[in-house]
Design a protein around this ligand. Structure first.
Ligand code: PEP
Ligand code: MG
Length: 574
């Protein structure tokens, strides 16, 4: 096997050694032993090694993520050195004459059950820490290799089933040159993170990737989804040439940094950035963004050890509002689906993407929602704030949201806390909102279309599943007609529409979106200059004629052909 193909998820060409991340925990069985002392020694040695490993991880985390984030490793060391656990494991080995791994596993189970039975959500979540630490001890007893992502110190391409958003955000781009995942599509969150970190990535390859041998030389192309295993010199030269061409293109686009986002015939729009934390501001400024079209606040929650406080959130929102002198659209918590929290156990559901997530959860947990609203309203005086509500499905939900904002605003006023002006809009992700767009446009200040979810709900195709990834069809007239409906409905009420899903950053779609009069394109900061350059070459009036054509054909292939013809006729290259 020397070539594999997946879904290109983050552009760029990169090389590195294969670093395979696979669950390698063996099944632990009870074994009767004769020499308890020897078994206890194995346990003690494993504790010592584990302690060194965790201390190293802690040092790395302090350096990369700061003291606060590294605190989780103190908790791990605390569990590791817990005298109660130590004595229970040793007495089990001695009295029951069982192997050390089995003793650790059973004692860990009692500790986990103890934490899980506690009332407090925070304490419940400590069960996961016990699991983490004891798995490490068992692997060290069994002599099984442990892979810690933060300790990577040579150029690698990671191969994994999937990477969670928090794992992805901890990758050190200096050494991690790319990643390849077995599952996922272009809009899975690991793919989105890869684009914002500018790490080339290929996703949804299927299980064949696990046939790749550790340390093989890999070359990946994140735009085509190609994965070359131990490539020949000839192939390396070919790909190097492609990488140089990409660099040339980037140089031209860099000249658009301080330009307006304006079409060839003078129609103005905005090209903004999607961010996940205040740390992304640098990329926003570096790419000359017209503001932030989507601040996904869930990362503040996912990177924390507990629900972030009002002040912690306020500081993060204030920082972004103060640093960027344009409109900042902050989205309220969009958790659930594939985005989980370490400190909160979601109810079990057959279809989490259709379940308890985003605004559904917040309208149910009003204390969590109120804390976020207070932080947002307090921050509103520091810049141009727009707040955007994810996964709205009904008018009643949005009315409930507005009431909540009004109630908190009143409370803040009575506390003599100042509130600035702000807009309140809707993420259009659920098809019911498109059907009712004319009515929603009367209540909302703006629409921001989350096409990643809108596509998955329109085609009933899980965005995480590589088996149905052919149904991720942003070019299908079914989606384009929806966009037209939404944009027209907003304009009729004097409101504006943005797209913050991945469609906004797809160069091939730019002519259609210009033709529809999209007010804001919001995307990974790294795509901004490319899209601004393209918009500058498109004549809006011509593009409107293209829109009429694409809405009238039957398939996504026909739409792509029509757009390609438009580009060719107008001598525009992408
Ligand atoms: C979307 O659904 O298009 C979107 C922008 O939100 P997310 O990708 O975070 O679900
Ligand atoms: Mg979404």
């Amino acid at each position: 096997m020397n070539e594999l193909k997946g879904i290109g998820a983050s552009n760029g060409i990169s090389k590195g050694k294969a670093y395979i991340l696979k669950d390698n925990m063996p099944e632990i069985k009870e074994k009767k032993i004769k020499d308890a002392k020897k078994e206890i020694k194995k346990f003690e040695d494993a504790l010592e090694i584990s302690s060194k490993q965790i201390s190293l991880l802690k040092e790395g985390a302090i350096e990369k993520l700061g003291q606060e984030k590294a605190m989780v490793f103190d908790a791990h060391l605390g569990i590791l050195l817990d005298p109660e656990m130590d004595s229970q494991v040793k007495s089990k080995i001695e009295s029951e004459k069982v192997n050390a791994s089995f003793a650790v596993m059973t004692v860990a189970e009692t500790f986990k059950q103890m934490f899980l039975s506690m009332e407090d959500d925070y304490m419940k979540e400590r069960a996961a820490d016990v699991s983490d630490v004891t798995t490490r001890i068992i692997k060290n007893i069994e002599g099984i290799e442990i892979k810690d992502l933060t300790l990577i110190d040579e150029e690698v391409i990671i191969i994994a089933h999937d990477l969670t958003p928090s794992e992805t955000s901890q990758l050190n781009a200096k050494f991690v040159k790319g990643f390849v995942t077995e599952i996922g599509g272009r809009t899975s969150h690991s793919a989105i993170m890869a684009r914002s970190l500018e790490i080339p990535a290929v996703v949804g390859t299927g299980s064949d990737i696990f046939n790749i041998k550790e340390n093989s030389n890999l070359l990946i192309d994140g735009s085509t989804g190609e994965i070359l295993i131990n490539p020949s010199e000839k192939l390396i030269t070919k790909f190097n040439k492609k990488a140089i061409e990409l660099e040339e293109k980037k140089k031209i686009e860099a000249t658009f940094k301080d330009k307006e986002s304006i079409s060839k015939d003078g129609w103005k729009t905005k090209v903004a950035a999607n961010i996940g934390s205040p740390a992304d501001i640098d990329a926003v400024l570096k790419n000359g963004s017209d503001g932030v079209g989507l601040f996904r606040t869930e990362f503040l929650y996912m990177d924390a050890e507990n629900w972030p406080t009002e002040d912690e959130q306020f500081e993060a929102y204030k920082k972004v509002l103060e640093s960027v002198d344009h409109k900042i659209v902050i989205r309220t918590l969009d958790i659930g689906g594939d985005k989980k929290l370490n400190y909160y156990k979601f109810p079990y559901e057959m279809n989490p993407f259709l379940g308890y997530r985003a605004i559904r959860l917040q309208l149910d947990k009003l204390d969590i929602f109120d804390t976020q609203i207070r932080a947002l309203l307090r921050a509103s005086v520091y810049g141009k704030l727009a707040v955007n509500i994810p996964m709205i499905a009904t008018i009643d939900e949005f009315k409930a949201v507005k009431e909540r904002f009004a109630k908190i605003a009143k409370e803040l006023k009575s506390e003599k806390i100042k509130i600035g002006e702000y807009e309140l809009g809707i993420m259009v992700e659920v098809p019911s909102v498109v059907e009712m767009a004319d009515k929603f446009a009367k209540h909302a200040d703006f629409f921001s279309v989350g096409t990643n979810d809108l596509i998955q709900y329109t085609f009933a195709a899980d965005r995480m599943s590589e088996y149905v990834s052919y149904l991720y069809q942003p070019f299908n007239p079914a989606i384009l007609r929806k966009l037209k409906t939404i944009i027209d409905a907003s304009h009729k009420e004097g409101k504006w529409t943005a797209i913050c899903g991945e469609m906004a950053g797809d160069p091939l779609l730019a002519p259609v979106l210009v033709g529809m009069g999209l007010d804001e394109f919001s995307m990974s900061a790294t795509s901004i200059l490319e899209i601004r350059r393209l918009i500058s070459e498109i004549n809006k009036e011509e593009a409107q004629k293209l829109v009429d054509k694409v809405l009238d054909v039957e398939t996504d292939t026909e739409v792509k052909a029509l757009i390609q013809k438009f580009l060719d006729d107008n001598k525009i290259t992408i």
